[in-house]
Design a protein around this ligand. Sequence first.
Ligand SMILES: Cc1cc2nc3c(=O)[nH]c(=O)nc-3n(C[C@H](O)[C@H](O)[C@H](O)COP(=O)(O)OP(=O)(O)OC[C@H]3O[C@@H](n4cnc5c(N)ncnc54)[C@H](O)[C@@H]3O)c2cc1C
Length: 463
Amino acid sequence: MSRTVAIVGGGVAGLAAALCVAESGDRPIVIETRGKLGGRATSFEDARTGLVLDNCQHVLMGCCTNLIDFYERLGVDDLIEWHDTTFWANPPMDPDRMKPSWWPAPGHFTGSFLRMRQLDLRDKVAIARAMWRMIRLGRDGRAQWAGRDFGTFLRETGQTAAAIDRFWEPVVVSACNVPSAGCDAGYAMKVFQDGFLQDAWSPCMGISTVPLARLYDPAREAIVRAGGELRDSTSAIALNFDGRRITGVTTDEGIVECSAVITSVPPDRLAKLCSDTLRRADARLRDLEAVPFSPILGVHLFFDHPVMDTPHLVLPGRATQWLFRKSGEDGREHVHAVISGADAWMALDEAEIVRRVLADMAWALPRVRGLDPVAVRAVKEKRATFACVPGIDHLRPKAVPDPIAGGVPNLFLAGDWTATGWPATMEGAVRSGYAAAAAWTGQGGVVADVPPGRVASLLGLHA
Ligand SMILES: Cc1cc2nc3c(=O)[nH]c(=O)nc-3n(C[C@H](O)[C@H](O)[C@H](O)COP(=O)(O)OP(=O)(O)OC[C@H]3O[C@@H](n4cnc5c(N)ncnc54)[C@H](O)[C@@H]3O)c2cc1C
């Protein structure tokens, strides 16, 4: 007999869990407060421009095996465009290009790294020393750095100010959404070990060619086809707990009775769904308010002239870290600027935000100088992701209760902030959804990582 599983939240984690529950033969009921799917990785209709815009550019990498699997299951993987080259602004010269060569990993970036003109020899020697150290540390050595700050690692490996400013900072803050010096070293090293060094496919960058919200249309169909339901515009209000198990979810549209619940909402939202009795009964629910968050700012700018020659651009050493060339409809150019770890920007008004972003763009792109955008839209996400600060792992609960501490056996936790081992990413969200669904259904589970290349493995980066 198929059992009903209530899934609270229709973001990437909740949808990934719902697909797996549906595939197992159980009946998922997804409860989503908004009228659309995708949570923080979605799009909105912008009244000012009349366009469907993403709340922020979302990129994935080749190492995101579970997100790629999720897109394949939805049949939308062909809507992702892959880039093997990363462009780094270096005005007044053309951008530097980081592109893997045929050299085996971890040597695949050696050529383009040596050709990067924005770094001098001292910077490059320092960066190479740190990379070598990370290779030799391997995954076990990385685990020993977890809970310490990456700034210490940068100091221990003698990084120059320019290497930090123009190389480590843009990569770490974009991936982990906190400044490199204050990032948990385990996560910062994961970005380089798993995302850059271990093989040539992992660093490739995937970008959706359609608004993010469109990627989830097939999820809606798949859930309904499997006999499940998608209750959007419906808010969960409480998890109903009988002292031993969850019996259902109270929503603003009535009660959903179920055999199990998978929650995929952020921790502060989850706290609001739990009674004191429930929180006392399950140690995973005790520290929900303590999870720290970090903001991201995305700025859409429309120009009536083409301004970018590359599909994207890193702005090393600038407050605006990335530019993405989105499209050129109607002779217009749509550029999306991203500022991660954007605490200092949250109090600014849109005019000041645009002024600062334009100053960074004018530094990188000569054609922007003296040009005003014809339309802009800044999107502030104050609680964009959990902050990858040292010690964050103590606040990330597992999908299932700890066998020793005990807990509620039919309550499964998902969401990018749960214990996935990943920074706050769509990949982490899918992993959490797959893990939570597998814990209940006994089927499926997290997809394996990309295997490291042979040479990388021999040198220390074995799986
Ligand atoms: C600006 C920005 C840029 C980012 N860039 C990237 C990137 O480039 N690459 C990347 O991989 N990741 C990126 N991320 C992170 C990524 O968006 C998240 O890691 C991922 O989307 C989290 O998914 P989730 O399902 O865990 O949570 P959410 O997306 O937060 O989903 C939770 C869902 O629960 C719903 N909900 C909340 N409360 C209730 C309730 N009471 N009842 C019912 N439903 C409820 C919400 O509406 C939401 O839909 C970015 C995030 C932001 C904000």
